[in-house]
Ligand binder design. Sequence first.
Ligand SMILES: [Fe+2]
Ligand SMILES: [Fe+2]
Length: 247
Amino acid sequence: MVAQIRSAAEATGEYRDMLIRLMTRQIYAETATAEVFGQAITAAPTWEEKHRLAVFTLEEVQHSQGLVVLLRDLGEDPEAIIAARPPAGEFWAIDLTKWIDIAVFNFVVDRAGSHQIMEYRHSSYTPWADSQEVVLADEEEHYGTGIQVLKEFARDTDRFAKFKVSFERVLPNAVKRAFGRPGNAENEYCLRVGLKRHSHGQILNRYLDEMKGYMGSVGLAFPPMSAFEAAGVEMAERTKEIVLSLQ
Ligand SMILES: [Fe+2]
Ligand SMILES: [Fe+2]
């Protein structure tokens, strides 16, 4: 049983450093996603889509703001942290003016973040863990839309061909951005102090297995291994097996 850390004052030394590293990764993802959805309002083809994106934008802004408060409590400067992130489109490897990229983003990227949040919800740092319940509920809805959008694109051969091209670029980048690297010291430390409950490989495999469940039925395959290598993704053997099982 790992010790729970119930306040910023109790988070010290190596634990505090790791906490800030993980929260920085999450605030990068949340703020970049807020900006993607916000700008996607312009690219969206229908009013219904624009309205939905405005709602998602607010939710991602609220997820980001929760982290702003937590980071400030820890004595950090959230503005400086956010300012160091690459621009949103570049960060997620998408063209913000293309609706097809936004659709792929909705299916791929948001869910990758959710699988990390599932870990943070049970984190030993309770101010963070407690705040992630609401975040995860919002993300379930975002993913529901992602799956719906995938099915719509799959019905039109021409549009689906474009979807696949974008998917091959966005997925490997999302794996790199959202999950980090396997088998490093960070991973072991996070498990030991309860900042995460599962290893890098377990979390990534859970995500890919879930994606595969929706992809197979519409005829979407994983990008070739070379696309992951080109994006600088490192994978454990079990992860490679999942990718190779649907090509
Ligand atoms: Fe979010
Ligand atoms: Fe989301």
